[in-house]
Design a protein around this ligand. Structure first.
Ligand code: ADP
Length: 423
């Protein structure tokens, strides 16, 4: 009984520290708006880099031709080709290939990573079949979606600012990622050129606009998190050089690096941050995104195992391994609707080596998932409100505003998604 009282106390404290009442969410939204202003004013004064993408036009829906794309930014990379048939034809044909990135390539050398990608691309191009037509005399062009912070220098060049999401490749920071890819394409003998370098949020914004003319914001919730939106060029004080004809430019916020004293941080979050590859950075991302949610839950479970013997008299050794509890597993447990929580039981066994658990303990696990996921979803929602405020589109009776959403967390974690949509 004493154990359960202690467990209940730990849970209660977690709940209190993770609480996101509406007033707090408004503070987070206001802080986001403020940081956006600061980041647009000058470089390096804000946690938000507010990167100018050089994308000053978005798709209209009239596009025609064969387009290739490569998406690198997390646990997988994707190659895609699409044949667009203009306003009437729309997407005539589309094919994609997804390859998971071996962990040693994420922390190895840059040539190894880019050669791996380029060789997968060679295979993909070789499989181009019927229904895809390149205009004669044209070289295949590639849109490169690279979802790490990049200092863009033109629409088709940019240097890496830092790695995030578990990537850590020596000697790449400050290098032009397009030239790294182009060199690898050449080494692999592929006659293809990178036409545009975009962040995945910018890509999501463009794809969203292709489908709906009212899309002005894009948010990614996957391994990491980020947002992009359409800004008036004259509102970007740090802009140097001629303003684009369209008068608008897409801003890649790099919002994962947002932080604010208003964010509800627990001791688990602080420890996770300190022990991470990038301490002090990406604080918002560490509260919200798929790379971290499961890890936060693991840390709480470890505390409960040690202090309250939640899983019996010995602490399950696997529970001490950072990142063993991945967010998809957390979400599977969270979504368990069986009366005896048999999914939770099976996952605890499979991933943490915990062979027997009480129903009460399994309920505690679900409750922790709930607290951690809902905090993340509500904070993400507050960030979106911050953007809408910056755009002056937060009131009622405003024009229709559509937000393009993407990412595995948003797509697959139903409780998270539903909480974000209707907090
Ligand atoms: P990227 O790695 O490029 O962000 P995705 O957008 O596909 O790729 O996101 C993958 C991430 O989404 C995973 O790392 C994981 O955190 C999260 N995710 C995938 N499936 C699920 C799931 N079933 N439940 C919760 N989160 C998931």
């Amino acid at each position: 009984a004493e154990r359960w009282a202690r467990a209940a106390a730990v849970l209660r404290e977690l709940e209190e520290k993770c609480a996101t009442p509406v007033e707090k969410l408004w503070e987070v939204a206001d802080a986001m708006t403020k940081e956006m202003h600061a980041g647009l004013e000058s470089e390096d004064v804000s946690k938000l880099k507010m990167i100018i993408s050089y994308v000053d036009k978005l798709p209209t829906g009239d596009e025609r031709g064969l387009f290739y794309a490569l998406d690198l930014g997390g646990t997988n990379f994707r190659a895609l080709r699409v044949q667009l048939g203009g306003r009437e034809g729309r997407v005539v044909r589309q094919e994609a290939k997804e390859v998971s990135i071996p962990h040693d390539l994420m922390v190895g050398g840059s040539d190894e990573l880019f050669d791996f990608i380029a060789s997968a691309l060679v295979e993909f191009v070789d499989s181009e079949g019927e229904g895809f037509h390149l205009h004669s005399g044209r070289q295949r062009e590639l849109g490169f979606t690279f979802s790490f912070p990049v200092k863009q220098t033109s629409v088709a060049s940019g240097t890496l600012i830092k790695w995030t999401k578990g990537f850590n490749i020596d000697g790449m920071v400050g290098e032009d990622v397009v030239s790294e890819l182009n060199k690898a394409l050449q080494r692999q003998g592929l006659d293809m050129k990178v036409a545009a370098l975009v962040n995945d949020t910018v890509g999501t914004l463009a794809g969203g606009r292709y489908d709906d003319n009212d899309v002005v914001v894009a948010v990614i919730l996957g391994t990491g998190t980020n947002a992009a939106y359409v800004e008036r060029a004259d509102a970007i004080k740090k802009w140097q050089g001629p303003l684009p004809g369209s008068g608008e430019i897409v801003i890649n916020m790099e919002w994962g690096n947002f932080s604010s004293s208003h964010l509800p941080m627990t001791e688990y979050d602080n420890a996770l941050d300190v022990e991470s590859l990038n301490p002090g950075d990406q604080i918002y991302e560490k509260l919200i995104s798929g790379m971290y949610l499961g890890e936060i839950v693991r840390r709480v479970l470890l505390r409960l195992a040690v202090q309250t013997a939640l899983f019996g008299d010995t602490v399950p050794p696997q529970l001490e391994t950072p990142f063993v509890l991945r967010t998809p597993v957390m979400s599977a447990m969270h979504h368990d609707t069986s009366a005896d929580l048999k999914v939770v039981r099976a996952k605890l066994k499979e991933f943490l080596g915990i062979s027997s658990t009480s129903l009460k303990a399994r309920k505690v696990v679900v409750q922790i998932c709930d607290i951690v996921a809902k905090r993340g979803a509500r904070l993400a929602a507050a960030g979106i409100v911050g953007i809408l405020k910056k755009l002056g589109r937060d009131g009622s009776g405003m024009r229709r505003t559509v937000i393009a959403m993407d990412g595995g967390l948003y797509e697959h974690y139903t409780v998270f998604r539903e909480c974000l949509l209707a907090p």
